[in-house]
Design a protein around this ligand. Structure first.
Ligand SMILES: [Zn+2]
Length: 468
């Protein structure tokens, strides 16, 4: 008998947010990802503040990528006494430098807003402070893709490219007990092949068990080429009307990918040569991190980046808007243009004043390129609302509304199945996480049928023995 290896699912269990999994091997334990649970305020508060184990007792923390639903609750672990390293790829650690302070800032602002309307309720405090973020960032240890590093004297870890966002990783853990070994693969969020900027997802080398995401386990996305063709058509018809194209987009990943697409389309004459404004301070900072990490680019992007002095992130028709005054000044600008701004679901940020100003003009187009959560302004617009409330003002919509689903950073059903099918040898057991129950069950059945593997869909807190 060796030491017992187990995994417990502490987050993103039958849901798509708040990724958090705990590995235990003998007397030691590690946390894999520690994301924010994003949802209604009170529920999110409760989930994000609850740990079913003492974070101070962890031997280590390993993260897959920088999205906040995978890293956004790391400062809570540190503020509860964790004093070890937080392992990440170099690009993930650098993106966290931009994203975690922004997260702390937004929490502080939200708490101030809630407390102003508290009416006698006890004041809230933010989940964590900027000081906790600073300490979290100081604990980051960077590891390149493909280079195994020792997590412990009997555990080694290797990152492979997940092709999801800059720096995103597939993580392989190798546990040793005497002459025997056990390999566990964690997909993190899995990207898609043939996208701009990033390389295609790699696959884990042979693993005994696999933990895999299932966000789009029941859906197919449009092909990349078809998506860009549609984007070109939207830009062309908006320009022909003399209008502006307003794109609410997530600042990290989606904005850069869209800019790369527009650059390519304009360069080959498939779309009119319009000025493009990226109006989001976070997007500007995140793009700075992209520029530092050309090692993560696919060949085409790296060649363009080197040959054209920073293109596709800084070409002559692209402007990064700095101050709020500069942002407002865009309202007075004449002629067609493209404005990409956050937040992606129109729940805050500078996109709101662009919408308030531009939604009433039938020449304009609002283009959605990401998922729009229930109850958000983005969702109402995408579903065809003709009057919406923006910053306390009722606004009539006359602008065209368009949507592209091909910019998703998550593999779709076919891509998930192809990817899992290419693992050699096949894992004996697959655990599905990071999905709503519906898509997860559809994917689970398909995996059982096609690969003949045992598939579990763990519930929150469920623990499985992997090896002993
Ligand atoms: Zn992600």
């Amino acid at each position: 008998m060796g030491e017992r290896l187990s995994i417990s699912f502490e987050g993103a269990a039958r849901t798509v947010t708040g990724s958090r999994h705990r590995l235990r091997f003998g007397t030691r334990s590690w946390l894999f990802d520690c994301g924010l649970y994003q949802g209604h305020r009170d529920e999110a508060e409760r989930v994000n503040r609850t740990f079913r184990f003492d974070p101070a007792s962890l031997t280590g923390v390993v993260v897959s990528h920088a999205h906040l639903d995978h890293t956004g609750n790391l400062p809570s672990v540190v503020s509860r006494g964790y004093r070890g390293d937080i392992h990440a790829t170099p690009a993930t650690a650098d993106l966290a430098r931009v994203m975690l302070p922004d997260s702390a800032f937004l929490m502080q602002r939200d708490v101030e807003h809630v407390n102003r309307h508290a009416r006698g309720r006890p004041p809230r405090v933010p989940l964590y402070t900027t000081a906790a973020v600073e300490e979290t960032l100081a604990r980051m240890a960077k590891h390149d893709y493909h280079e195994p590093w020792p997590l412990d004297d009997r555990v080694s870890v290797t990152y492979y490219d997940a092709g999801h966002i800059l720096g995103s990783a597939l993580t392989t853990f190798e546990f040793k007990s005497g002459a025997r070994g056990f390999r566990l693969g964690m997909s993190g969020d899995l990207g898609r092949p043939a996208r701009r900027i990033l390389r295609d997802p790699e696959v884990h080398p042979g693993v005994d068990a696999l933990v895999m995401e299932s966000t789009y386990g029941d859906r197919l996305h449009s092909e990349a080429v078809a998506t860009e063709r549609e984007l070109a058509e939207i830009v062309t018809r908006t320009a022909a009307r003399g209008g502006r194209l307003l794109v609410p987009a997530f600042a990290v990943g989606r904005t850069q990918e869209l800019v790369a697409s527009l650059h390519a389309l304009i360069e080959r004459g498939a779309a009119p040569d319009l000025p493009i404004f990226v109006d989001s301070p976070l997007a500007r900072e995140a793009t700075g991190v992209f520029r530092m990490h050309s090692e993560c680019f696919d060949d085409e992007t790296r060649q363009a980046f080197e040959a054209e002095n920073g293109a596709p992130f800084g070409f002559r028709r692209l402007r990064y808007v700095g101050s709020a005054d500069e942002s407002r000044a865009l309202n007075d600008r004449a002629g067609p243009c493209i404005i990409i701004s956050a937040s992606g679901m129109c729940e805050g940020g500078r996109i709101l004043h662009h919408l308030r100003h531009g939604l009433g003009d039938a020449r304009n187009t609002v283009l959605f390129v990401g998922f729009q959560g229930e109850g958000t302004l983005g969702r109402r617009l995408k579903e065809g609302a003709t009057t919406v409330n923006i910053l306390g003002e009722a606004v009539m919509r006359r602008a065209e509304v368009a949507a592209l689903d091909g910019y998703s950073a998550h593999a779709d059903r076919r891509e998930l199945l192809d990817w899992a099918g290419s693992l050699k040898p096949r894992p004996r057991t697959v655990f599905l996480v990071h999905g709503e129950p519906g898509p997860m069950e559809v994917l689970a059945s398909a995996l059982r049928e096609r690969l003949g593997v045992t598939v579990h869909t763990p519930s929150l807190g469920q623990e499985f023995e992997l090896w002993n």
